[in-house]
Write a protein that binds this ligand. Structure first.
Ligand code: SAM
Length: 284
């Protein structure tokens, strides 16, 4: 696929590129193939694609997978892919905002015959919302291969004591293992985005060792301890939760954690453990 071919398709279907929907079409066939390779797409899986756009990735997915179910918010793109794949029984197009979808209902209705994975070149303006929705709402999806802004990919895979490490890193690495699989330059897209991109392979952990006692509390704790990066962990806990200095010091000392530490120096396991300690101290 090259720019002229993309423009021809846009003209043929009389559709326009819409920035507000994060439309940057992936033209590079090598990258499309690599995405399918790292995802292990085969006839043994069903695939959910968020935002098929003009259908370039869909085209490869439908050849390799058992079934592909696509969610697309833009009616013009729905028109294109419905037309392109009208004779493909294994392609299901849903005209819907993915953020409003009932994912597991749809999986039970259309994709229940095989394990389900997500493969998508995401609309960047809602990357985090999409990932969190899948983590929180789907019990069936165990793997996602998703293209996103490189900066967000670095955060998701970020390690402690680096500038990329934040609450999103902790949340994602608590539930999943994340691997930056492919870096993708701007010129692979039409129109070119302003930022570089990367494909991240995300696999749900089979079992979470040392799990949070209360997940909702852990998620809140995780947000609060990173709320102000310049502040220490103790100060974030004080301002975010209003916990007393004595309680904070008691728990940090008990766990051999320096009182002046910043949250970014703590591992995911340490953050989960501390959230459990504070939760249990409040709910004795
Ligand atoms: N998959 C195509 C490709 O790789 O060339 C297009 C990817 S483009 C980065 C993102 C796609 O997501 C666009 O087609 C856009 O219309 C669609 N989209 C944006 N917001 C969406 C939403 N909330 N739900 C479903 N699709 C959405």
């Amino acid at each position: 696929m090259n720019i002229n071919e993309v423009k021809q398709i846009l003209t043929k279907y009389d559709v326009s590129v819409k920035k507000q929907f994060g439309q940057n079409f992936l033209m590079d066939n090598n990258i499309i193939n690599k995405i399918c390779d790292v995802s292990n797409v085969s006839k043994e899986v069903n695939v959910i694609e968020i935002g098929p756009g003009l259908g370039f990735l869909t085209q490869e997915l439908k050849q390799r997978a058992n079934k592909v179910m696509c969610y697309e918010i833009d009616p013009e793109m729905v028109k294109v892919v419905t037309n392109r794949f009208e004779n493909d029984e294994n392609v299901i197009i849903k005209y819907q905002d993915f953020l409003k979808a009932n994912i597991d209902n749809d999986i039970e209705k259309y994709l229940s015959d095989k394990p389900v994975i997500v493969v998508a070149n995401l609309p960047y303006y809602i990357t985090t919302a999409i990932l969190i929705k899948i983590l929180e709402e789907s019990k069936y999806i165990k793997q996602m291969t998703v293209m996103m802004q490189l900066e967000v990919a670095d955060r998701i895979c970020g390690k402690p004591s680096t500038k990329d490490y934040n609450s999103l890193s902790v949340l994602m690495q608590y539930y999943t293992t994340c691997k930056l699989a492919i870096k993708v330059g701007k010129m692979c897209f039409y129109p070119e985005p302003n930022v570089d991109s990367a494909v991240v392979l995300i696999k749900h952990k089979e079992e979470i060792l040392n799990a949070a006692v209360n997940e909702e509390y852990f998620k809140k704790f995780n947000r609060i301890v990173f709320a102000q990066r310049r502040k220490t962990l103790a100060n974030n806990l004080k301002s975010g939760f209003g916990y007393k200095k004595e309680l904070i010091e008691e728990i940090l000392i008990k766990n051999n954690i320096p009182l002046t530490i910043r949250t970014e120096a703590l591992s995911v396991e340490q953050i989960v453990h501390l959230s459990n300690e504070f939760y249990l101290a409040q709910n004795k």
